[in-house]
Write a protein that binds this ligand. Structure first.
Ligand SMILES: Cc1ncc(COP(=O)(O)O)c(C=O)c1O
Length: 392
């Protein structure tokens, strides 16, 4: 006997990629550009702190984070976004944002809204956790196209009023994975006004917020404060995975209104995995340091420049505003991924694996996602073979 709740989910993107490619022999030295796993160095003080604090592995860690860690979150939110968040009631640690994004639907989305099944709005393409989360909560996932025509952001205002009235939450990913689009201040103003009018909460996945090219992307809580909107409207998710190259630390956090945070704390107290104490101590120092973040950003800036130099003139190329992915238009993403693997040993992800067909075709089908995480030499080699295989 199994739950049917998740039966509409296909296998996750990476098993699908293995099934697609692993029967073929790679046509060159392998360069993996499929997974968004940061490879720049993380700050060396992390190792020192974990070693120094290792006695903490002998204790159960506090679920809600040490006071020092929560203060570090609040300080960072104030420095980066000018947002004042109460460290007692408005921030909490997460074992990476993925679990927080999942739990948020369970903790915050009601069974019904306005007497009908609640809806959860999800951009399409999207980070796959949002869909599993909506299904887990028993809500109806409503996929909103985020295509070139909509500036790669979901045009939530185009939904019928009936759907918006049923919406309990909208996931927004800015900077967006996979497209690298950033919701600007006007986008945020329009979205918050819509959320106020139709009474839904914005689950704002900001885990790429520190990897940007020119201007720092605005955050949801920042924009809510600027507009005088109740912070309960937004839950913002942040992570050390991309900001600080620490995906293995499993250290994220969320910030929002006290009522939403209390619900999340309660759910995590029952079912969540708290962050081990030595890792909380390390995270505290990482949030307090911006030098390594600036260095990291400079490395990605150099990578955007390499991508522009090698691919800038291919048809439909869009240089990302932020994040570390290229979202490249091709005829057929799966066919392109197989060709790149067979002819160059290059591993990229077909865009269709990050999107769903809702009847009007899969909006990711004509794309591949290329992660610019490899060291610059490998990146250069990889992008050159990509160009050679697909565009010469
Ligand atoms: C858009 C997006 N959100 C959230 C995450 C989860 O990151 P983490 O759980 O490492 O904080 C990822 C990781 O790839 C991501 O791409």
């Amino acid at each position: 006997m199994f739950s049917e709740r998740f039966s509409t989910l296909p296998p996750y993107a990476f098993p699908r990629l293995r099934a697609l490619l692993d029967g073929h022999v790679p046509g060159g030295e392998v360069v993996n550009m499929s997974i968004g796993e940061p490879q720049h160095p993380f700050p060396p003080f992390v190792t020192e702190i974990v070693a120094r604090e290792s006695a903490g592995f002998g204790r159960y860690p506090p679920n809600d984070g040490t006071p020092e860690l929560r203060a570090a979150y609040a300080d960072w939110l104030a420095r980066r976004f000018g947002v004042r968040a109460d460290p007692e009631t408005q921030v909490m640690p997460l074992n990476g944002t993925r679990e927080g994004l999942f739990d948020a639907a369970l903790a915050l989305v009601p069974e019904t809204k306005a007497g009908r099944r609640a809806a959860v709005l999800i951009p399409n393409p999207f980070y796959q956790v949002y869909l599993a989360a909506a299904l887990g909560a028993g809500a109806e996932p409503v996929l909103v196209p985020a295509t070139r025509e909509t500036g790669h952001l979901p045009d939530i205002a185009s939904l019928p009023a009936e759907t918006l009235d049923r919406a309990a939450a909208a996931y927004l990913c800015s900077p967006a994975n996979p497209q690298g689009a950033v919701a600007g201040r006007d986008d945020w103003r329009a979205l918050l006004a819509l959320a106020e009018r139709h009474d839904f909460r914005i689950l704002s996945d900001e885990c790429y917020s520190e990897i940007y090219r020119d201007a720092p992307p605005p955050g949801g809580l920042e924009m809510a404060a600027e507009m005088g909107v109740d912070p309960e409207r937004v839950v913002a998710f942040h992570s050390l995975s991309k900001r600080s190259n620490l995906p293995g630390l499993r250290s994220g956090m969320l910030a929002g209104g006290p009522r939403a945070v209390a619900r999340m704390k309660q759910l995590r107290a029952y079912g969540g995995a708290p962050l081990p104490l030595p890792l909380q101590r390390a995270a505290e120092a990482v949030w307090a340091d911006e030098t390594h973040v600036e260095e990291n950003r400079a490395r990605y800036r150099a990578k955007y420049a390499v991508a522009d130099e090698i691919l800038g003139d291919i048809p439909g190329y869009e240089s990302p505003a932020a994040g570390f992915f290229l979202w490249l238009p091709v005829e057929d993403g799966e066919a392109a991924a197989v060709k790149l693997w067979r002819e160059a040993g290059l591993r990229v992800l077909p865009g269709a694996y990050l999107a769903r067909d809702t009847g009007a075709g899969n909006p990711g089908a004509g794309f591949i996602r290329v992660a610019m995480v490899a060291p610059e030499d490998d990146l250069r080699r990889g992008l050159k073979s990509l160009r050679r295989v697909l565009w010469t």
